[in-house]
Design a protein around this ligand. Structure first.
Ligand code: EPZ
Length: 461
């Protein structure tokens, strides 16, 4: 049985000390994709047979998902990067998921699809809004209703039920009104055991969806078109267990490529699927970086000068919203004026204020940032308000004059496996300190953290 320690120890106040102006060199090994692994864990709920996942990153978000599955009777065991899940112990009566866990990890809401498909009924807490935007679930619900489920809201819970005696969802055609990754995953998983054919139009095309479809296919599902805007699923009666390796994390990979560009030092990353990073590589090349790639490695050789570029975040294959904050750190040091427009999430510009405190020249108009590159950023005390902006702070700290102190690490630890260790292997000087808060200070610090939006319970993924 998986034992998960507390989501984070609120008595510890961890921070990083990042020394700036140090050259990096060498190679970095990229971990498995967090956003794939989380949904693959949810997909394990579709079968009674064992699932073995390899290349699963060790992250607090994975711990929370494991804890969530365990809470409804699954047996989850992670050793290093190998994860075994057995869900034969699940029972219908236990299928109400604990509020604290769904609330701590937004991605856990996708469990609604597989649980409904397997048991014909599920009760799951509403995931709520989060730091980077409201993140509604209307498309998930609309999709499940189209598949024949009744979906009602009871207090803070969503209750979904099939409506026939066979406890089956019924295949249909669903057109998403926005290219939602989560809604595509929910509907895909819900329709696998449905009667007949389901077509998802305007589906999200992210590599994590292709990874999910690949694993489901190994389990016996019949899926065509994953990775395109139209996914067609022929329902099957039963799914079996499988062994599956999680794809490399394209967002972690992109973050390290940006670390190279911001420090103007060449590095190599592996294993990666370069096709997953095309939009990012194009922008790095436009900035003046030379990119050399093989089938599963990317070497980046930044120019001495990084040039301004314009970026608009878009669903895959467009420029990913998850790399918007790290790229803004880079463009803060570019020659000329860049424009970044965030189109996916309405509150994903929280790093702007922190970068400005380092000397970055950024004007923000709603979700459009105009960045006039400066010659130097200056170290200060910084707080990452969400996962990707925490990474952006570390990257800015790598080139700033002086030593930056970076707080809000609960966010960083949700999504980057051994982040500072990997950078230190390239030569960076980053030290993690975890100080125990004196009891008398805890209340004040907690208040301060919640004011600064750096509490440990906030949702990102
Ligand atoms: C996934 O979130 C990722 N999380 C996010 O990763 C990523 O930023 C995001 O996709 C976009 O690429 C996981 O995979 C666990 P969406 P998700 O549904 O699925 C709107 C990270 O840093 N929308 O594709 O929740 C929504 O408001 C993160 O690792 C609706 O309107 O994102 C947003 O504007 C955070 N109705 C847009 O779609 C819905 O029912 C895209 O959201 C659902 C979404």
């Amino acid at each position: 049985m998986h034992s998960v320690s507390s989501i984070s120890d609120s008595n510890l106040f961890p921070y990083l000390r990042v020394q700036g102006e140090i050259d990096l060199s060498g190679q970095i090994e990229i971990s498995g994709a967090k956003n794939s692994a989380l949904v693959l864990m949810a997909a394990s709920l579709l079968t009674e047979e064992p699932i073995h996942l390899s290349n699963v990153p060790k992250l607090t978000d994975i711990d929370v998902m494991a804890k969530l599955l365990s809470s409804i009777g699954a047996n989850v065991n992670q050793i290093s990067n190998e994860l075994d899940i057995k869900t034969n112990g699940l029972s219908l009566s236990q299928n109400s998921l604990p509020y604290e866990l769904v609330n701590a990890l937004r991605a856990s809401f996708v469990c609604i699809g597989p649980l409904l498909a397997r048991f014909g009924e599920v009760k799951i807490p509403l995931p709520g809004g989060c730091r980077i935007g409201a993140r509604p679930i209307n498309e998930h619900i609309r999709g499940l209703r189209a598949l024949g489920a009744t979906v009602t809201f009871e207090g803070e819970n969503v209750l979904a039920k099939t409506t026939n005696l066979r406890n089956k969802l019924i295949g249909t055609k669903i057109r998403l009104t926005c290219k939602s990754v989560g809604a595509t995953e929910t509907i895909l998983m819900a329709s696998i055991l449905a009667e007949g054919k389901t077509t998802i139009e305007n589906a999200a095309r992210e590599p994590e969806i292709q990874d999910l479809a690949n694993m489901l296919t190994k389990m016996g599902a019949k899926i065509k078109g994953a990775g395109t805007s139209t996914i067609i699923i022929e329902g099957v009666d039963h799914l079996k267990g499988c062994i599956h390796k999680v794809i490399p994390d394209r967002i972690e990979a992109g973050t390290f490529l940006i670390a190279s560009a911001i420090t103007r030092c060449p590095i190599t990353i592996f294993p990666v699927i370069p096709k997953h990073l095309e939009a990012v590589l194009i922008k790095l090349q436009e900035c003046g970086c030379l990119i050399k790639q093989t089938e599963n490695t990317i070497k980046i050789i930044p120019g001495k000068t990084i040039y301004a570029v314009d970026i608009t975040t878009m669903p895959f294959p467009g420029f990913p919203t998850d790399l918007q904050a790290p790229f803004m750190s880079l463009l803060s040091t570019a020659k000329g004026t860049s424009k970044i427009e965030e189109t996916i999430f309405e509150k994903r510009m929280q790093h702007v204020g922190e970068l400005q405190r380092m000397g970055a020249q950024i004007q923000l108009h709603d979700n459009i940032a105009l960045i006039q590159g400066v010659n130097k950023l200056f170290a200060t005390s910084l707080t990452g308000g969400d996962l990707r902006s925490s990474a952006a702070m570390v990257l800015a700290g790598l080139v700033a004059k002086g030593t930056s102190v970076i707080k809000g690490l609960s966010h960083l630890d949700r999504g980057y496996e051994n982040f500072e260790k990997k950078l230190c292997n390239l030569g960076a000087n980053i030290k993690r300190t975890e100080v125990k808060r004196p009891i008398s200070n805890r209340k004040n610090t907690e208040k301060l953290e919640s004011k600064m939006n750096v509490g440990s319970g906030s949702q990102v993924a």
